[in-house]
Design a binder for this molecule. Structure first.
Ligand code: AP5
Ligand code: MG
Length: 216
């Protein structure tokens, strides 16, 4: 199973990709998570990416394409993967298509999650993430049992530095301008499955599983 999650910031790509990765036993490959780890570890990629991420802009295509090509060569991707946050530009989508062709491999589906803008802002301003295990919570919609502590591992919960309202608005604008056109690109290829991303996390997950099974 080779899938892409397409959708604006806060649409639940990470939340749903994680659930699906567990169900299928394949990795969730999040370029955002990989880049944030690089920033934290102060690698040369992290140093180059940080400024763009803090501003809510996209990291330049060559850096992200090189990162994903390397990640997809790791053995755990042999049986499939779920791309969360990649591709985000036409150039990235074309690079992925070429890389897959070279490997004689192909995508199974692109899940396009649609959520209203006001809801995206509410979700992102309240998001909290575990520093230790990456589990995700929301101060109102999905609170941890003990404030500031992860239910899964007891780690410290933090707020992402790009989850401030001004940066969120810039990320949404970048999405509309640079990433939303990819829906047409994949629809043209017959891969697009559009999901209504409002409602409960479990209900949306069931709907994603249903459309994937119907397709198989
Ligand atoms: P990235 O980390 O990919 O961020 P994003 O696209 O902005 O998306 P988010 O992770 O914010 O949202 P999500 O859709 O995963 O939602 P989530 O499940 O967390 O990218 C960050 C930055 O890295 C970019 O700005 C860019 O600089 C760089 N970057 C990354 N990839 C790149 C690329 N390919 N090219 C160039 N640059 C790149 O959910 C959000 C919140 O809502 C959570 O609190 C969750 O608990 C809650 N929630 C989820 N579902 C529901 C629901 N159904 N109801 C209520 N609450 C919900
Ligand atoms: Mg995410």
């Amino acid at each position: 199973m080779r899938l892409i999650f397409l959708g604006p910031p806060g649409s639940g790509k990470g939340t749903q990709a994680k659930l699906l990765a567990e169900k299928y036993g394949i990795p969730q490959v999040s370029t955002g998570d990989i880049l944030r780890a690089a920033v934290r570890e102060r690698t040369s990629l992290g140093k180059r990416a940080k400024g763009y991420m803090d501003q809510g802009e996209l990291v330049p295509d060559p850096l992200v394409i090189a990162l994903i090509e390397e990640r997809l060569r790791v053995a755990d991707c042999r049986e499939g993967y779920i791309l969360d946050g990649f591709p985000r530009t036409l150039a990235q989508a074309e690079a992925l298509r070429d890389a897959l062709e070279a490997l004689n491999s192909r995508l199974d589906a692109v899940i396009n999650v649609e959520v209203e803008q006001g809801e995206l802002l509410r979700r992102l301003t309240g998001r909290r993430t575990c520093r230790a295990c990456g589990a995700m919570f929301h101060t109102v919609f999905n609170p941890s049992k003990v404030a500031g502590k992860c239910d899964a591992c007891g780690g410290e919960l933090y707020q992402r530095s790009d989850d401030q309202e001004a940066t969120i608005r810039e990320r949404l604008k970048v999405y509309t301008e640079q990433t939303a056109p990819l829906a047409a690109f994949y629809n043209h290829g017959g891969l697009l499955l559009t999901i209504h991303g409002m409602g409960k996390i479990d209900t949306i997950f069931e709907e994603i599983c249903r459309v994937l099974e119907r397709r198989a």
